[in-house]
Design a protein around this ligand. Sequence first.
Ligand SMILES: NC(=O)c1ccc[n+]([C@@H]2O[C@H](COP(=O)([O-])OP(=O)(O)OC[C@H]3O[C@@H](n4cnc5c(N)ncnc54)[C@H](O)[C@@H]3O)[C@@H](O)[C@H]2O)c1
Ligand SMILES: N[C@@H](CCC=O)C(=O)O
Length: 563
Amino acid sequence: MQSMKKFLLAKPLRFYSSYTYQATNEPILSYEKGTKERDSLIEKLKNYNSGIHEVPIVVGDKEYTTDIVKYQVKPHDHKSRLAKFYYADKALLNKAIDVSQCALRGWDLTPFEEKANIFAKAVDLIRGKYRFDLVASTMLGQGKTIVQAEIDAACELADFFSFNVKWANEARQWQPISAGKAVNRLEWRAMEGFWASISPFNFTAIGGHLAGAPAFMGNVVLWKPSDTAILSNYIVFKLLREAGLPPGVINFVPSDGPVFGDVITRSPFLAGVNFTGSSRTFEAIWRNVGDNISTYKSFPRLIGECGGKNYHLIHRSAVQSQECLEHIVNSTIRSAFEYSGQKCSACSRCYVPKSLWPRFRDGLVDVVSGLRLGSPLDVGNFLSAVIDGNSYKKIRNYIDQAKKDGNLKIVCGGGYDESIGYYIQPTIIETTDPKNLLMYEEIFGPVLTVYAYEDDEYDDILKLIDSTSQYALTGAVFIADQEILLKSQRALRYSAGNFYINDKSTGSIVAQQPFGGSRKSGTNDKAGSPQYIMRFVNPQSIKSQSELSTRVDYDYMKDPLEF
Ligand SMILES: NC(=O)c1ccc[n+]([C@@H]2O[C@H](COP(=O)([O-])OP(=O)(O)OC[C@H]3O[C@@H](n4cnc5c(N)ncnc54)[C@H](O)[C@@H]3O)[C@@H](O)[C@H]2O)c1
Ligand SMILES: N[C@@H](CCC=O)C(=O)O
């Protein structure tokens, strides 16, 4: 034993084997007449449009129903029910936490390659077998037109999962430097406890990603979908299970928001909250976490992607021809009114120089008057109903206020009707007060407010845009002059997490425009980028020594200091 100079080097628990995966953005299908995708979609629409589809609660590998029965209705025809579902009560939510903890260790220790294969398989299922289920259920349940459902439920969802596999594979290759005889490595672990993934109604892809991203990185999840996106979200959950995700890794637990929030924030095992929704709900969750902070086993990580009051700013240099004007008009209308303004990125305040306003206004009115509002099943419709009765009332109140306010003038639209669906006309309002509440509150509907500024007050407008609203999600500037652009970019640096130059403020694509904002728009963790998935890793740094220590003191410290 005396002569042994080394320990046998312990082998790392996991070798970082080579794994290859190509990620690409999923092309958007056209659904033109005569295409296969059109026929497949029609078949699925017929299926989901008839009957009421049952959605259970799923905890581990067991399906549950409770006596708290709910229905998801079609926003364009709210008397028609799409899905029947159940709320998990407190006892079932606590059971889901227990079940998730039983699944945690085995899933965490599952090799990266197996996890990656499961998510790669899910990508195939989204792009192929379940594509039209996802698109049809998103159209009927969340009121999206074909194009809007396709870019969300098929393309963005596939892109999120696909790029996460690529980025995690690349990131795990980074290993620390080893010096001397010691070997250093970094081991990825899941976080101890469970993640609560709380999703909004407006993007099927966001729901799937909020639950899928932490699960892919080895964590276990309680997924609380939005009541108004239940069916599409359940299809995502089921396809993940079909792809091989073990039971208990994601538990699908529709429930009342505050009840869910209360149960998860009281559990000592809360590892993190992955939330997308309104700023107010995120604040409530954060407050509950703060109240319980001393009870947790670990400090929970809080991710919140929240609301926006997104702007388009037009500088007079941008309009050098009629085509330029049309580009700005079209971009503004697409941003403000696609999906009835229910994208967190939708333009809802616009700043235009007075010298351009009459032409710009006429252009907007001309295009908007040609937009059709109606059922998402009619391909000629550009926008459809808003999501539910609460949202309808909230938006209607803003329009009614505008009709009474002397500083505001309805330029077009302003009508609404909920007799069949929750329909609100695309509405443009002109304000003479740039600080009117329509310029700072999130409306989340098809309402755009425009302020025409004096051409020579451009610098003041930059300050105004930056300070008018508490949000900082997206913003777009239309500018041709390079110096003005540079000045504007600097002045608006913190006004938007996603900043667009000569393009609309919506339509970010995974791996192209990582998404998220700061201030009251959220924690800006940038979904659709490599840095997002690292939020779900709990790394362990491991140093492995192979040389025996022969003394306690330092042999290079034997000579006394000379004063
Ligand atoms: N920044 C982004 O990336 C992004 C993306 C999509 C949507 N959004 C925002 O989402 C909002 C629209 O979505 P929404 O209407 O579904 O939002 P919401 O805040 O009403 O609901 C979001 C989720 O939180 C749940 N919830 C409600 N109260 C809760 C509580 N006390 N505890 C825990 N969970 C609770 C809801 O049931 C739902 O599942 C808008 O403000 C929009 O800007 C932001
Ligand atoms: N990422 C989407 C918005 C998501 C929020 O609703 C966009 O960029 O338009």
